[in-house]
Design a protein around this ligand. Sequence first.
Ligand SMILES: Nc1ncnc2c1ncn2[C@@H]1O[C@H](COP(=O)(O)OP(=O)(O)O)[C@@H](O)[C@H]1O
Ligand SMILES: [Mg+2]
Length: 433
Amino acid sequence: MALDPAVRAALESALASAPDNAAVRIHLASLLADEDPAAALDHAARVLTDQPDDPQGLAIAARTARAVGEEQRAVAYERLLSALTSSAAPAPLPEPTPSPSPGPSPPGPREPLTAGDALEGEADIDAFLAEVLGSDPDIERSGLSGPPRVTLADVGGLDEVKRRLNTSFLGPMRNPELRKMYGKSLRGSLLLYGPPGCGKTFLARAVAGELGARFFGIGLHEVLDMWLGQSERNLHEVFQTARRQAPCVLFLDEVDALGLKRSHLERSAGRNVVVQLLSELDSARSDNEGVFVLGATNQPWDIDPALRRPGRFDRTLLVLPPDPPARQSILRYHLRDRPLGSVDLQRLAGRTEGFSGADLRLLCESAAESALEDSLQSGTTRPIHSGDFDRALREVSPSTRPWFDVARNYAMFANEGGAYDDLLAYMRRHKLA
Ligand SMILES: Nc1ncnc2c1ncn2[C@@H]1O[C@H](COP(=O)(O)OP(=O)(O)O)[C@@H](O)[C@H]1O
Ligand SMILES: [Mg+2]
């Protein structure tokens, strides 16, 4: 059910005059959780800075962090919440409360918990798997009531990447007959890389949307950070779970977390996980039949070279910033549920060279906010018009350039085996190299 914009506006203006009213903030966050998880997460996080043990805040934060793709953060909130519910008075329902009059938030335990408290102690592997694998919101809420799933059609641009995903994963998965005919073994791995915010994780969510239950996703930071000392076992369990569900796609996000250059990792701990991952990916393993591994990273040069050898992540796909037609479709996607006046999206696409998909999303949010502010002040609602985008363009700037500045060195001087040929070609075309 969509939130009435008038209700949202009323709650937002109540908060503008009483920013410390946690009950109102939580209420707004719960109403926004489905349709604007990023905003709901901001509200919940703000309440949690003052009251880190607020159970409703934690529940909403966990749900919305997951919805915006911040899996690691979601898991941390969930662990805090479950630590609270098992050690203290019964917690309230983690569901949003659609009642119009918010009550005060229920009392939590006396001692506020910190993330450290929640993460201590013997880790439970089943809980880990349930949290990390079984909880993709796009999969869980695939029923009629949930938000629509993301599918490949929602991903703007990236036609070549989509085509490759189709031939290597989606096609064979849907059509085992065809695969047999062409003798293509139902396994393999593919590494997506490119500047941040250009849709790697979003693409994986879209693949999940296409495949439903036959998709597992995990951020490698979780494997490494959450259960120190048990990372290898956790990683093995993740693969085992995927193998039991084959054919399926296993998505490993942030593969660079395993890079040797990450200083905050204990060298040996990280190395053990790399060794484990190598053995899980081993092409000689017969039990990997039907398990497609999709990896993603912003820093392919940080990945352990052993992981890039044949049979592992040897095939890579570059996920580039959107070109003008792709920018237009990304803008349209992020404006789909917003009241839009006469705005020339083609022209706007032309003015947003170097913007990532994430930048474009921010631009749309910023323009919508400016229209909302105006509506609140004038008391009448009006659609977003091009003036709002002029304002937004002064606030949001393209973010992809610094990535290319770093990538240039690797592409030009560490291009072993032509690994970065397509990156170099793109950079030359765009006068970035
Ligand atoms: N091609 C795209 N089409 C539509 N939205 C996009 C696209 N690329 C990025 N976005 C938006 O930006 C957000 C962040 O992108 P993300 O996939 O997390 O980037 P990456 O994983 O490459 O750093 C996405 O959740 C989505 O809202
Ligand atoms: Mg990502």
